[in-house]
Design a binder for this molecule. Sequence first.
Ligand SMILES: [Zn+2]
Length: 98
Amino acid sequence: MVHSIRFGGKVSEPALVLFDTIPGGAGQVRRAIEDEATLRKVLTAAWENLNNCTCGGEQGNASCYGCLKNYSNQFCHEQLERGGKVLEFFTLMGIGKQ
Ligand SMILES: [Zn+2]
């Protein structure tokens, strides 16, 4: 189950895509997007995971199986970086270091 939240409502703009890894979904994403406090907790946990990982050094110009990589996204592992634009996204959302 995939739910996305588009910023600005334009297709060309960045989107946040949340999905349950369980086939058919377990309802966790729906619960998160229906309650802002829950969504903020989910995003904060994601930020902590990315921010506390050490792959790619201080710049975070890499990713690992502890932060972003998994079996399902192996087709784009070379493009995944936990730092830079990814962490900027959380800053824009008011999450993490300000
Ligand atoms: Zn990592």
